[in-house]
Design a protein around this ligand. Structure first.
Ligand SMILES: Cc1cc2nc3c(=O)[nH]c(=O)nc-3n(C[C@H](O)[C@H](O)[C@H](O)COP(=O)(O)OP(=O)(O)OC[C@H]3O[C@@H](n4cnc5c(N)ncnc54)[C@H](O)[C@@H]3O)c2cc1C
Length: 380
């Protein structure tokens, strides 16, 4: 393998570049944005992602920049706790902790593991062509670049996927998500995350390091109706009025202009991730709704497996076949489970929610813990 091109410098693209670089495979990443990783939100990296990051030599940096999560709760809007699980125990059960980290910190750590000239910014890919010898990638500014292999890590609305697998269509989950980061650590227990479930709406709270708290909120709305930046805070304060402390306080404390809003989509699992010299990775290949907090973790797992397949297999065709064979079953389960959890968590009907909350409250903690171990148990 003389040269690999990756389109997209998200967590998936950068993670793959690090894994390829460490495997001794030359790689260039082309990213449409002019700067990397300025998303004002956090994310949870479960034990499975930490296991891969450990192999890449990055686990300690991530743990240091983030905050270890010991306990995760599901609550009602009034604060009553319905269930508990213990991500902290995964460190004993699976060997790695669960870490909440600011996205900008994760991007910084991944970028620092690469030589400075690997990532080319301001390069919006428009498509590719290929023949027996090489693949040619084209960019909006008229540039082009050649390589032996192209990896489309260009996210949910991947242009590479549209060329390889046009049959794979995004599906709207039925709810939108807002995200923000606030500086109110003292009102949030360290090491403890929670998600409060209401009727057709949820609010999640995740303590980060440095006195910061990452929060996310969801609500059922038709697609394409998300608000402009200036009305988001007002809408959220109205939507979550009366929910338990610290929810309204977190919203009050977050700068209005820093609140993100995205409608949530996935793509039902599909076959045929690769065509010739080209393959897909991360949200381009297996986008999932965020209900299990596993999208970026799956991208990190796929990054490691793809680099390993490219290193170990004699032919590119074999490597890409082996990659999809290893990754599709696991990512398909995550995508489908996350979709189902999201549907139940977003129920709006009062009787259905009462029943749901009662069942959740009755479920023994050890069953929830077992489920958590199954989801995060990824051995490499
Ligand atoms: C509300 C919410 C909460 C989440 N929480 C979690 C969580 O707690 N834990 C977790 O593991 N996951 C979480 N996720 C999922 C996670 O964010 C994604 O799965 C992950 O970011 C996917 O990474 P990626 O690199 O594949 O794609 P992206 O992050 O979408 O990156 C794609 C990159 O490609 C670039 N690009 C796109 N098109 C082009 C083009 N034509 N040319 C050049 N560059 C291009 C983009 O600019 C971008 O930089 C969450 C998602 C949401 C929406």
């Amino acid at each position: 393998m003389q040269k690999v091109i990756i389109v997209g410098a998200g967590i998936g693209g950068l993670g793959t570049a690090v894994a390829l670089h460490q495997a001794g495979i030359p790689v260039t990443v082309y990213e449409q944005a002019e700067a990397i990783g300025q998303v004002g939100a956090g994310l949870t990296l479960w034990s499975n992602a930490l296991r891969v990051l450990r192999r890449l030599g990055l686990a300690e940096a991530v743990i240091e920049a983030g905050a270890v999560i010991e306990e995760a709760q599901i609550r009602q809007a009034n604060g009553r706790i319905l269930s508990r699980s213990y991500p902290g125990q995964l460190a004993q059960q699976l060997g790695e902790p669960t870490v909440a980290i600011h996205r900008a910190d994760l991007h910084r750590i991944l970028l620092a593991a690469l030589p400075p000239d690997v990532v080319q910014l301001g390069a919006a890919c428009t498509g590719f062509s290929q023949d027996e010898q090489q693949v040619t990638v084209t960019f909006a500014d008229g540039r082009s670049a050649q390589a032996d292999c192209l990896i489309g890590a260009d996210g949910l609305n991947s242009v590479i996927r549209q060329q390889i697998a046009p049959q794979a269509k995004t599906r709207y989950a039925g709810y939108t998500a807002w995200r923000g980061v606030a500086a109110v650590e003292s009102r949030v227990a360290r090491g403890q995350t929670f998600e409060a479930w209401g009727h057709g709406a949820r609010f999640g709270v995740v303590p980060l390091s440095n006195q910061l708290v990452y929060w996310f909120a969801t609500a059922n709305i038709p697609p394409g109706q998300r608000q402009e930046a200036n009305s988001r805070k007002e809408t959220l304060l109205r939507q979550f009025k009366g929910w338990h402390d610290p929810i309204p306080h977190l919203l009050q404390t977050t700068p209005a202009e820093a609140i993100l809003n995205h409608d949530l989509y996935d793509v039902p699992p599909f076959t045929g991730w690769s065509r010739g010299r080209v393959t897909l990775l991360g949200d381009a290949a297996h986008p999932t709704t965020p209900n299990l907090g596993q999208g970026a973790c799956m991208a990190i797992e796929s990054a490691y497996i793809l680099a390993d397949c490219l290193k170990e297999h004699a032919s590119l065709a074999e490597a890409l076949r082996a990659y999809e064979a290893q990754r599709r079953p696991r990512t398909a389960v995550i995508t489908q489970q996350s979709w189902q959890i999201g549907r139940i968590a977003q129920w709006q009907n009062r009787f259905a929610c009462w029943l749901r909350d009662g069942l959740l409250n009755a479920a023994p903690d050890h069953l929830l813990q077992k489920r958590l171990v199954q989801t995060t148990n990824f051995m490499i």
